[in-house]
Design a protein around this ligand. Structure first.
Ligand SMILES: [Zn+2]
Length: 182
């Protein structure tokens, strides 16, 4: 006759329920998920066949402790949405591009914050040979942006100069340019 253990082993394809290794009947035992001592039944729904060694370890611990032991052995368990199972709903966090744009100064378009730093660094480096006229400054910035493959339209450059003035780095009087780069 087939025993409880035989039935469970057959249902599990002859493998240990936990480690999934081929399990000879001699090394197998019936594990009550909710221990008999805790009111667990003898039904198949509460029983699995597993290695005797694990059964001994699990004993009559609570189901919570048992899960903890099992999970501690499984390095690759991932809950839905944490990169394991493909989430059905896209993550609620905004895409990277949006957060970058949000950090940029509202006066200039996205990506211009980096351009502004670039221009400031270049102007500092130039020392006494900084452009003295707005027109020269414009073409200098334009050339720099182009060289760095940044947006370099007239509007972009004008926005950057406006931002430099707003920050007090550049003072424009008539068409002459003064610097307070610090
Ligand atoms: Zn096992």
């Amino acid at each position: 006759m087939t025993t409880h253990l035989d039935r469970l082993l057959f249902a599990q394809g002859g493998q240990c329920f936990f480690c999934r290794k081929q399990l000879p009947k001699a090394e197998a035992s019936v594990e009550h998920l909710v221990a008999s001592a805790n009111g667990g039944t003898n039904d198949d729904g509460n029983c699995v066949a597993c290695c005797k060694s694990l059964n001994n370890l699990l004993g009559s611990r609570s189901i919570k402790e048992k899960m903890q032991i099992v999970l501690n052995q499984r390095g690759n368990f991932q809950c839905p949405g944490s990169g394991g199972i493909e989430p059905s709903v896209p993550p609620s966090s905004p895409p990277a591009a949006t957060s970058v744009a949000a950090k940029a100064t509202p006066a200039v378009g996205s990506g211009s914050a980096a351009s502004l730093d670039l221009v400031l660094a270049d102007l500092k480096k130039r020392g006494a040979s900084r452009p003295r006229k707005v027109s020269t400054l414009t073409s200098t910035i334009k050339a720099l942006l182009k060289q760095q493959q940044k947006p370099n339209s007239d509007v972009e450059v004008a926005n950057l100069i406006a931002e430099l003035q707003k920050r007090g780095k550049v003072v424009v009087t008539d068409s002459k340019v003064g610097y307070k780069l610090g």
